[in-house]
Design a binder for this molecule. Structure first.
Ligand code: MG
Ligand code: MG
Length: 259
């Protein structure tokens, strides 16, 4: 499995895309209040992306032919929606959690990041779901070193989530990223026999989109008839956080944190 390594110059181009993604997510977080529709959030994201001269990577994915593929600019995944929610007339309510996922390309290079926004007062167990899932991403970032295997990092992520009583989604994983949004390798948030057989060597120049998805209930998910929206089977909420991260000699360099 060939993982393409990125040069320092290429990583800086990905950081430029990452800054736009960060700006989009911060703006969407600001307007993600009770009464706003997910379509309004999506339209604001489109404006920020266009103003930055960037190209959104989700709209019309994967063919990028108009009228085909994914229908919105962002993935907007409310409560029991795990990932790949489509912008709609659904109005955000107090107590909701809203996964906002954005990918853009700038000058031929991609970045991808996601946050989960807690709207107003959120039930304590749902707050914990979000905080633990965000910390699972932090654990990955803090444990990346050249020379380590991804399975070592994934084990720490999985252990933390499961010890906190959450389940780790198996059907969707992170990915390599570069000129394309989805490159080799697949980057699971758990350890499997398949990962151990085809482990990822963390070397300088590897760039990964790391994106833990954790559920309050069972890890089982189902895709809706629209072909995109992924829900928890038990209807319990799910949280998702993502950063695009480069492996450097010193460890992880987060490209989507706005720096
Ligand atoms: Mg994403
Ligand atoms: Mg991704």
């Amino acid at each position: 499995m060939a993982i393409s390594l990125k040069s320092k110059e290429e990583i800086e181009k990905m950081r430029a895309a990452g800054r736009v993604v960060h700006r989009v997510l911060q703006r969407c977080r600001e307007i993600c209040r009770p009464g706003v529709t997910t379509r309004e959030i999506d339209e604001e994201a489109s404006r920020v992306i266009a103003a930055a001269g960037a190209i959104g990577l989700f709209k019309n994915y994967p063919t990028y032919r108009p009228g085909e593929g994914f229908p919105s600019t962002l993935c907007l995944s409310v409560n029991e929606v795990v990932v790949h929610g489509i912008a709609s007339e659904r109005r955000i309510e107090e107590g909701d959690i809203v996964g906002i996922d954005c990918g853009v390309q700038v000058d031929g290079w991609c970045s991808d990041s996601a946050i989960t926004v807690m709207v107003g007062e959120v039930r304590p167990e749902v707050r914990k779901l979000c905080e633990v899932t965000e910390h699972v991403l932090r654990i990955a970032i803090e444990n990346i070193r050249p020379g380590r295997k991804w399975s070592q990092v994934a084990r720490l992520m999985q252990r933390y989530a499961e010890h906190a009583g959450l389940s780790v989604v198996r059907d969707f994983v992170g990915h390599g990223i570069g000129r394309q949004m989805h490159e080799e390798p697949k980057v699971p948030n758990y350890v499997s026999r398949e990962l151990l057989r085809h482990d990822i060597e963390l070397r300088e120049g590897v760039v990964l989109a790391i994106e833990p998805m954790c559920n309050l209930g069972s890890r089982e998910v189902i895709t809706m008839p629209d072909g995109w929206t992924v829900l928890t089977v038990d209807g319990q909420p799910s949280a998702h956080y993502e950063h695009t991260v480069a492996v450097t000699a010193r460890g992880a360099d987060v490209l989507t944190d706005g720096r």
